[in-house]
Design a protein around this ligand. Structure first.
Ligand SMILES: [Zn+2]
Length: 342
């Protein structure tokens, strides 16, 4: 048998700037003299990952098989742990390459002769933006469980995290003026942080699951597929492409459900949040493109998937989304958005 290329080799060969170990690369690129705090923080993250890997991954520390990013590698490991026979074999042939590109996109790369494995690329921007929107949503959801007076105190934080999401210039300024990490205590017991973590983990899993879906449903035979519309494959009709998008969303949703140990409203909310995130940058979320169905239709499809699980929960998630989305639309005046999620 001839030697086929692994997806990892393909990623490192082909992508300019594709690095073997994302977090280590980030830490190595910090100047130790100029940015002692950031450098220390980077080392601390690597150390925490090493310990986490030892606990969860047979003492193998930061060893990564399925991604150049430690966190994504653990998400794929979760998928594998929760899957059964055939799917396990397939999942083990995935490699997700994280790229430092500032554009919200992930892509299931087309299959090639020289490799039998599945290559997915994901831009770092997705990780960032999902972090900010998870924070924003977590303040709102947490606010529903506390007294009014306390809730009012969360308001500035919500505005702040919305700004992180949409105003990149302000964000860069904020990051460069940041207080050294050591001086900011993180309360790991905070219920608000738990909500944000659930949302973030589930939304990253949903994006990955969507691209995995494109691979496993044979959508990548001749062309790659990405999470937003960017290019038009030449050999399929638009209708088929639209159906493929719904199929990939459904595949990912089912994968997410399978990994859910007990019913978690935040996990079920996350796919809706991802579509909402895409809609912030889409001028016409209710219109379809040649390659993709409208975000509105994808949103409503996912909402009906939640409803299949739990009708009451779907209604309450929709009412949360309705309030949050209206609030965001109000603040982002001038974007001229409709209430596309209804
Ligand atoms: Zn897609």
């Amino acid at each position: 048998m001839e030697n086929k290329k692994s997806a990892r080799e393909r990623f490192l060969d082909r992508f300019f700037g594709g690095v073997e170990d994302w977090d280590k690369y980030l830490t190595d690129s910090i100047s130790q003299e100029e940015n002692a705090y950031d450098y220390e923080y980077g080392l601390k993250i690597l150390e925490v990952q090493e310990q986490f890997g030892n606990r969860t991954n047979s003492e193998l520390g930061r060893e990564m098989w399925y991604s150049n990013d430690f966190f994504i590698n653990s998400l794929i490991l979760n998928f594998i742990t929760d899957a059964e026979d055939d799917l396990v074999t397939e999942l083990k042939q995935i490699y997700v390459g994280l790229l430092g590109i500032r554009e919200f996109n992930a892509e299931a790369m087309e299959m090639i002769e020289e490799s039998e494995e599945y290559l997915i690329t994901m831009n770092f921007e997705i990780d960032q933006q999902l972090t900010y929107i998870s924070t924003l949503f977590s303040y709102y959801i947490y606010g529903m469980y506390i007294p009014d007076e306390e809730r009012d105190e969360l308001y500035p934080k919500m505005v702040d995290s919305l700004r992180d999401l949409v105003d990149k210039e302000a964000l860069m300024k904020k990051i460069s003026n940041q207080i050294p990490y050591d001086d900011v205590p993180v309360d790991y017991e905070s219920p608000r942080l738990h909500i944000a973590t659930d949302l973030f983990v589930a939304s990253m899993s949903f994006v990955l699951g969507h691209e995995i879906g494109h691979h496993f449903l044979n959508h990548t035979g001749s062309n790659g597929r990405n999470i937003i519309s960017k290019f038009i494959p030449t050999d399929v009709t638009f209708n088929q492409l639209h159906l493929d998008e719904f199929a990939a969303d459904n595949f990912s949703f089912d994968l997410l459900i399978r990994g859910m140990k007990e019913k978690n409203a935040n996990t079920l909310f996350a796919p809706l949040m991802v579509i909402f995130m895409l809609a912030i940058y889409d001028k016409t979320p209710e219109e379809s493109s040649q390659t993709h169905p409208s975000l509105r239709d994808r949103y409503l499809n996912l909402l009906s998937k939640v409803s299949e699980q739990d009708e009451k929960l779907a209604l309450s998630l929709q009412s949360i989304m309705n309030e949050l989305a209206s609030w965001i639309n109000d603040i982002l005046k001038g974007h001229g958005k409709t209430e596309w999620w209804r």
